[in-house]
Every structure is written in C-alpha cells, then in structure tokens.
Ligand binder design. Structure first.
Ligand code: ADP
Ligand code: ASP
Ligand code: MG
Length: 436
C-alpha cells in the first residue's frame, strides 16, 4: 500500500484539488495525506498569536479574512447545491470553533487547536468533493492514530497499532484520506509535528504500515542541487541515499521536513519527491543506495548560534568535553556542528530557549563567546576518506568569505561550513558555480 502526501500548493485551490485525481488512482489501495491549503497555517499562526496577546478583535478580523477565502474555495469546488451546503457546514463548524475560542482562557494548548484546523478543513472539504464526483473514500482522523510521546517523539508502534484496525475496518475500500501535521501528545491533547510536518506524517504512516513507497507531491520536480529560492539554474537530483536526504532536509532544504526521512529509512521504505504541476517528471528517489563520486547538493540552515568555550583546563585533560556536552543535555538542546582545538571547543545550536542558562554553566569552565545570526552551509556528496580534491574545491569556492567553523569527516557524505548569515547568498551562489 502506497502513501501519497500532497503539500499546501498541491491543494492550494479548488482547481488544484480537482487535479489531484490525475495523480491519485482511485482503483489502487492507498493512503492520501493532505496538508492545509497553502497560506492557511500561516494565517492560523497569526490568529493564535493575536489570541495569545489578548487581541481578540484582531483575531476575529483574521478569522473573517480566512473564512472568506474558504467561502470562495467551496464555491469553485462543488457543482451541486447539496455538496456546496455540506462544504458550508464544514467551514461554519471549523471557523465557529476558531471564533468560539475568544470565550476561553487562551493558552498554548488552545493555540495548537487553532493550528490543527487547516488540515482538518482541507481533508474534510476534499472528502466531500470526492463524494460529489462519486469516488468512494474513507476519511481517517489522524488524531486517532498519530501520537508523540513526552519527548515529542512520534510513536511508530502506536501508529501501527491504531491505524491498522482502522484500515482493516474497510477491507473493500481503496482510497483513504487523512490529515498531515496534526497529532496528539502524551497528555492526549491536540498537537502537531512542527511546521512542514505533513511530510513527517507521510513517512511515519509509511513506517507504521510498512508501506511499499511514500510519495511526497509538491510544487517542484524533486530535491534540487541547491536552494532554488536563492540560486538560479538549480537542477533536480535523480537519486539520493536516506543519509544524504536527511542531511539536506536537516540543514535547510525546505522541500522535506527535517526529520521526515528517518522513519522511512528505519523500515527501508523508498521515498519519492514528485511535482504535482509536472506529474511525469522523474523527481527524486530516496533509497538505501547512494551514487558514488559526486558532490550532490548544497543546503543552508539559518538561525544558528555559535558558542566557543576556551579553557586552559582543556589542555591534556580528559572528561572536559563530556562535561560540556552534559550542560546541553540537561537543557535538552541539540548540537549541530562541533570543532575542537586543544584549548577551545566551538559548537552550534539552533534552539536558543535556554541559551542564558547554558552560558552561565559553561562559564564555570572558561571564557564563553557567542556569535548569533550564523548559517550552516552543508555540502552533501560522496566525501569518503579515500577521495581527494573535493574538500579543496569546496574551500576554493568560498575563499573570499570569512569562515567561522569547518566540519569535515564526521560522516562520509557531508562537509559543513559555518558563516555569517549575511554571506549566505554569496556562498550558495559561488559554491553552485564552482561545484556544478
Ligand atoms: P509543500 O507545501 O508541498 O510541503 P514546501 O514549500 O514545504 O512544499 O517545499 C517545496 C519548496 O521547497 C519548493 O518550492 C522550493 O522553493 C523549496 N526548496 C528549498 N530548497 C530546495 C531544494 N534543495 N530542492 C527543492 N526545493 C527546495
Ligand atoms: N500545514 C503545515 C504547515 O504549513 C504542515 C505542512 O504543510 O506540511 O507547516
Ligand atoms: Mg512542506
């Protein structure tokens, strides 16, 4: 059974929703994961922020603007009055719920309820559309099987145990529709898998049901060899290994949610990145195998903070790095890049929630310097130790840019550079021109 995920632009209008059946074969048993209509989650974020700041008037205005868009969408989506009426009931219900929250004490718990409405709307409206055109489908509530634990980690076994019976309850049905992004947390509350999380949903479902293939349908023909929003002339990569795709996603390639590769990798489920606007294009296939002898792609991750700890106590000492890492562990803050010398260690984080506390503790070891507004540039390819010349080509391409850190040899497929965000565009373009 395949899992097909369609992103925000792929369900971005009535016309796009209707076109999905050019891609979905209703005769094949499959699970279709839908994102919210493009722009919706951004609007819901704003609505939640307005409520959180106590600005109910602004929340109500934003709700009205968004609702108007949906009124237009259903008029274009349904042909028969009976289905238009059903669509109207759906949006009245979800927007009624959003407005109703003005009467509650609004906390981050209610905020997550707000954020969930986008995927609930898109899937229900699409389900009604399929009914109108006579295509049988079953709407599976993601909140009944998608769950994260107390560390916000998705629970694949839970998905298997709760999704399998839902599928088995409909043995004759081919097409199942469900929501991306949304889940329940360990308290049973509505939660989500972070922005862009519908990719993660698809991969988790793929893992949970041991799917034969996960397809991520989006608005571009696969993973490109550089960020197409910044660099001209990027081209799609036909084949990537799970490790390569994970590095690119984690280090900023927006086409994939950072964690979405891992569940598929664990159960060796091939992932295809495909273009809804050009369904015949081959896209990118992500599997266990990797093409050798090539630099494949470049990605960039902003919002990085570099921390340098300098200490003479590090000299010839053992146990020093362990104590440094324990500080980050205590604050559940993950480290992306590390470089060390005999008297100093530099590392990077992107979550600065506990930065103040972390600095205080690190200062007991030595001098601590902080650089904010940094960017990790990640070059992915076949960099095995027996290869030579690749690292030199990368460094040659950025010789005019100040480098804060260089990380090489951590894995066979990655060379990372830390630079000021200010230099990012130039670094990406120069690397692109020199490497491809
Ligand atoms: P969806 O809404 O379908 O999930 P996203 O906007 O999340 O789509 O991801 C697709 C976008 O990712 C593309 O339109 C493209 O601008 C951006 N992107 C960034 N880096 C890359 C890359 N290396 N390859 C392809 N797309 C990329
Ligand atoms: N709708 C969510 C977002 O915009 C999830 C997704 O599209 O993947 O972040
Ligand atoms: Mg996305």
């Amino acid at each position: 059974m395949k899992v097909l995920k369609f992103g925000g632009t792929s369900v971005g209008s009535a016309e796009r929703m209707k076109k999905l059946l050019d891609i979905i074969d209703p005769a094949e048993r499959q699970i279709v994961v839908l994102s919210a209509v493009s722009g919706t989650t951004n609007s819901l974020v704003e609505i939640g922020q307005a409520y959180l700041s106590g600005d109910k008037k602004k929340a109500s205005e934003l709700i009205k603007i968004l609702k108007d868009k949906y009124e237009d969408l259903i008029k274009a989506l349904y042909a028969k009055p009976q289905y238009l009426e059903q669509g109207k009931e759906v949006i009245d219900y979800h927007f009624g719920l959003l407005s109703q929250l003005a009467n509650d004490h609004f906390t981050t718990i209610e905020d997550k309820v707000v954020l969930a409405q986008g995927e609930l709307l898109s899937t229900t409206l699409y389900h009604v559309y399929l009914k109108e055109i006579g295509v049988t489908s079953v709407l599976l509530p993601a909140l009944d099987f998608m769950r994260i634990d107390e560390d916000n980690e998705p629970m694949v076994d839970y998905i298997t145990d709760h999704l399998t019976p839902l599928l088995e309850a409909h043995p004759g049905n081919k097409l199942f529709i469900t929501q991306g992004y949304i889940c329940r947390n360990s308290f049973g509350e509505i939660d989500n898998l972070r922005r862009g999380g519908s990719d993660y949903t698809a991969s988790l479902i793929g893992a949970g049901i041991r799917s034969e293939e996960v397809q991520i349908w989006t608005d571009i023909d696969g993973m490109h060899n550089n960020d197409p929003r910044i660099v001209k002339g990027t081209t799609p990569i036909a084949q990537l290994s799970f490790d390569e795709a994970a590095e690119l996603a984690y280090f900023g390639a927006k086409i994939l949610h950072p964690q979405s590769v891992f569940p598929a990798q664990k159960y060796r489920i091939p992932v295809r990145l495909l273009n809804t606007m050009d369904p015949k294009a081959p896209g990118t296939l992500i599997t266990n195998t990797s093409e050798k002898d090539r630099i494949k792609s470049i990605a960039a991750k902003d919002g990085i903070t570099a921390i340098k700890i300098q200490s003479s106590r590090m000299l010839l000492a053992y146990g020093f790095l362990r104590r440094v890492f324990e500080v980050f562990e205590r604050y559940k803050t993950s480290i992306d890049m590390i470089t060390t010398s005999e008297v100093a260690v530099s590392l990077t984080i992107d979550d600065t929630l506990y930065l103040g506390d972390i600095i205080k503790e690190l200062e007991t070891f030595g001098t601590v310097d902080i650089d904010k507004n940094q960017t990790i540039i990640c070059v992915v390819g076949d960099f095995g130790a027996e290869k030579h010349g690749y690292a030199a080509r990368v460094l040659e391409a950025v010789k005019h840019i100040p480098l804060r850190m260089i990380s090489y040899g951590g894995s066979e497929n990655n060379l990372s550079l830390l630079i000021a965000t200010y230099d990012k565009t130039e670094a990406l373009r120069s690397l692109h021109n020199r490497l491809f």
